[in-house]
Design a protein around this ligand. Structure first.
Ligand code: PBG
Length: 336
């Protein structure tokens, strides 16, 4: 190289000082982007830690309400509720999901009563309620989840959640046709303003392991490696993900979701171009556990990796981010 060589372009000029970097920031996280998934359990025990998810607890209803108040105070707009159902209430067909006095219905009512401004998202699927840990009921041979009889149950579950005050029901089961069936059932029951956040591009992922421990679907089944490949998407199939998501849009979903988030940023970015609906991404339990595990080993910086992982999800096109970091991320954003 000649000694008088100079670059023609100097993009580094825009990165010289913090003020310049702030001016040039293209994507910013806000507390209002975040939705906090919360685990709620019967009884009034103190918070039970989830071993594979440091900082995440199964909360009694009283503690859950306290947490919801804090989250709202930090500017978080929504919570996604996941009930931990005792083994004794689980059955092969998940009948507790349709108990009109079921625990989750009391929880929804209590949250809407205590913190009405929070948007309450509830999970529509049977896995907390089934002995086998699958999201639906099995066929008569017990070899697979039966689509249509599962959808029939899910639509009743959605109406129960709406009648308890859920703002959005979020079917996470991946059965065919469930969005339309749920929309019709909600409308028929008069819940025209209850929204549907469809887990549209939900992949059969190894990253759900810690969640299955947290809600005990793993415990009931005796393994965290539940095989959900006949209903959840193949991680190898980006086009199939768009097909499923656009069907959910046609069937009346109000918002679409990609899950997991970090390993599926390509799906998020391409779905962003295919739909004008709000797009959610779920940074799942295994993504959270991975960051914590590396931080514990001293291999990654927890806060910096957390911030970067969430920023990347927003950058790829997510409007709403479900993340177990919601509380601490909102706190950190407030302190800046
Ligand atoms: C099941 C459900 C799962 C998650 C949310 N709802 C796991 C599964 O499909 O087995 C995973 C969330 C996470 O890993 O954080 N309806």
């Amino acid at each position: 190289m000649e000694s008088n060589w100079k670059p023609l372009n100097r993009p580094r000029r825009l990165r010289q000082t913090q003020a310049l970097r702030d001016l040039n920031r293209e994507v910013r996280l806000n507390p209002s982007d975040l939705i906090a998934p919360l685990f709620v359990t019967l009884g009034d025990n103190p918070p039970e830690p989830v071993a594979s998810m440091p900082g995440v607890f199964r909360l009694s209803l009283a503690d859950l309400l306290g947490e919801c108040r804090e989250l709202a105070g930090l500017g978080i707009c929504g919570v996604a509720l996941f009930p931990v159902i005792p083994l004794g209430l689980k059955t092969p067909n998940g009948s507790e999901a349709l108990n009109p006095k079921g625990f989750i219905l009391q929880v929804i009512r209590a949250v809407k009563d205590a913190v009405p401004e929070l948007v309450v998202f509830t999970d529509i699927a049977l896995d907390p309620y089934t002995t086998h840990g699958h999201d639906g009921v099995l066929n008569s041979q017990g070899t697979d989840v039966d689509n249509d009889s599962t959808v029939e149950i899910l639509r009743q579950q959605a109406v129960l959640h709406a009648s308890a005050g859920a703002d959005f029901v979020a079917p996470s089961d991946m059965m065919d046709g469930r969005v339309k069936a749920i929309r019709l059932a909600l409308d028929h029951a008069g819940f025209v303003n209850t929204g549907i956040l469809a887990y549209s591009a939900k992949f059969a992922s190894a990253y759900y392991g810690p969640f299955r421990e947290a809600v005990g679907s793993a415990q009931a089944a005796g393994t965290r490696k539940l095989d959900k490949r006949t209903y959840q998407l193949d991680p190898a199939n980006p086009r199939a993900a768009i097909v499923d998501a656009l069907l959910d849009e046609q069937e009346g979903a109000d918002a679409l979701m990609v899950k997991p988030a970090g390993p599926y940023l390509d799906i998020l970015a391409s779905l962003r171009r295919e739909t004008r609906l709000p797009l959610a991404a779920y940074q799942v339990s295994g993504e959270y556990a991975q960051i914590h595990a590396a931080a514990r080993a001293g291999w990654l910086d927890l806060e910096a990796t957390r911030n970067e992982s969430l920023l990347a999800i927003k950058r790829a096109g997510a409007d709403w981010i479900l993340t177990y970091f919601a509380h601490e991320m909102a706190l950190a954003l407030r302190q800046h």
